[in-house]
Design a protein around this ligand. Structure first.
Ligand code: ACO
Length: 361
């Protein structure tokens, strides 16, 4: 059908938050190359950069930590809602229900404190439901630890992660926190443009992320590794998928026409944490073969590994369960979505494009 181009190349907003240069493979947050932030600043620092336009001073960091702490406590208040959900409810849906049931923070909706509040609350709600689903221990979420360490602590029933584990997940979360006007950020901005409140706009973004063409890909990348089994079967399997017109999960991107810079950093992290393991040999081998086969199958399309490919490997090395991979991506994106929602609220202009009526043939 004519007019079906998925808004490709349409400029729908101006943003100060991030810049994606798809031709050369560069990503920056407020003018700072994301690769330079990884390893130097934690999740809260970079979230502060997105929300307030600058990295925090010591007192600002302290206030932010307090906001994260109150967000976790506020999540605690809706545990009865989470604890009464059927186990069959997906953890991401459960967390969205929890967000919608939370009391709003003090201050108005254009205040960044709501962003910190819901960002801190999301993993608490998510992992409470996950613990209920799997009969795991449910530690109290209001601990005085960083956002990323708390995530792993809650996931592991109250066992503190190692420094190396926190560093690996922190790198992933900083790298994936924000990515300009991707489908979920756009959905969040559309909702915010109607003056819907922050929790509702965040849920619009969250639900948009779940599809396999966006944030739903990492578990499918691991399914692909399982289906391939060993490197000797890779060519046959990948060729089979392509010949059936199927997409290889973890490859291709709407904006990048070269390697996704986030995938490069995550590859380095995976290479360190999975050194000597068969799963690394398989992932590197499948990547090489897939890029070659995609170049032959789709000449001129420039299909390279995207962030999801190596993210899947890093998250697996941290024993993050497959069913939580998309939700973990969402947990890091909460900072970026809420920054978009704040930015959109400042424009205060309803987003309402037009469609051209095309009579059915
Ligand atoms: N495997 C095989 N073929 C592909 C792939 C892939 N992974 N990606 C794109 N193509 C093909 C398409 O079939 C299309 O072929 P055609 O022109 O013959 O019809 C061509 O390359 C261009 O594809 P588009 O659909 O125009 O690319 P688009 O920009 O819309 O899609 C997307 C980008 C959705 C990410 C796509 O590359 C894809 O489906 N990848 C696999 C899923 C995935 O990895 N998702 C995570 C994305 S990263 C993120 O959102 C955080």
């Amino acid at each position: 059908m004519a007019w079906v181009n998925g808004l490709q190349d349409v400029v729908a907003a101006g943003t100060e938050l991030s810049e994606v240069n798809g031709e050369v493979g560069k990503l920056s947050y407020r003018g700072r190359d994301v690769g330079d932030l990884v390893g130097k600043f934690d999740y809260e620092d970079v979230a502060h950069l997105l929300w307030f336009g600058e990295l925090p001073s010591e007192p600002q960091k302290q206030s932010l930590n307090e906001l994260f702490f109150s967000g976790r406590q506020a999540a605690n208040e809706v545990f009865d809602v989470i604890d009464n959900l059927p186990a069959a409810v997906d953890a991401m849906n459960a967390a969205a229900i929890g967000l919608l049931c939370m009391r709003a923070p003090s201050g108005d909706e254009s205040d960044a404190s709501a962003a910190a509040w819901y960002t801190a609350a999301f993993p608490v709600l998510l992992l409470r439901h996950y613990a209920n689903q799997h009969g795991l221990l449910k530690p109290r979420p209001d601990i005085h630890a960083g956002h990323v360490a708390t995530y792993l602590y809650l996931l592991r029933g109250g066992i503190m992660p190692t420094t190396e584990e926190v560093q690996a997940l922190e790198a992933y979360m900083v790298l994936t926190m924000e990515h300009s006007l991707n489908a979920s950020a756009f959905a969040g901005r559309v909702a915010a443009s109607t003056r819907a409140n922050t929790a509702r706009a965040l849920v619009a973004a969250l639900m948009t992320m779940t599809g396999p063409l966006h944030g739903g890909a990492p578990s499918l990348v691991l399914d692909m590794f399982d289906a391939i089994g060993s490197l000797s079967r890779a060519d046959e399997w990948l060729e089979g998928e392509l010949s059936m017109g199927r997409r290889l999960m973890g490859f291709g991107h709407r904006v990048y026409r070269t390697v996704d810079p986030r995938a490069q950093v995550l590859h380095t992290i995976a290479a360190k944490s999975l050194a000597g393991q068969d799963s690394l040999v398989l992932a590197e081998g499948v990547e090489r073969r897939a890029v070659k086969l995609l170049a032959a199958a789709k000449p001129g399309r420039q299909l390279h590994p995207n962030v999801e490919y190596w993210a899947a490997c890093v998250l697996r090395s941290l024993d993050i369960p497959r069913s939580l991979l998309t939700a973990t991506f969402a947990a890091s994106r909460m900072a970026g979505w809420s920054a978009h929602i704040l930015e959109q609220r400042r424009c205060d202009k309803l987003i309402r494009p037009q469609a051209v009526y095309v009579a059915a043939p």
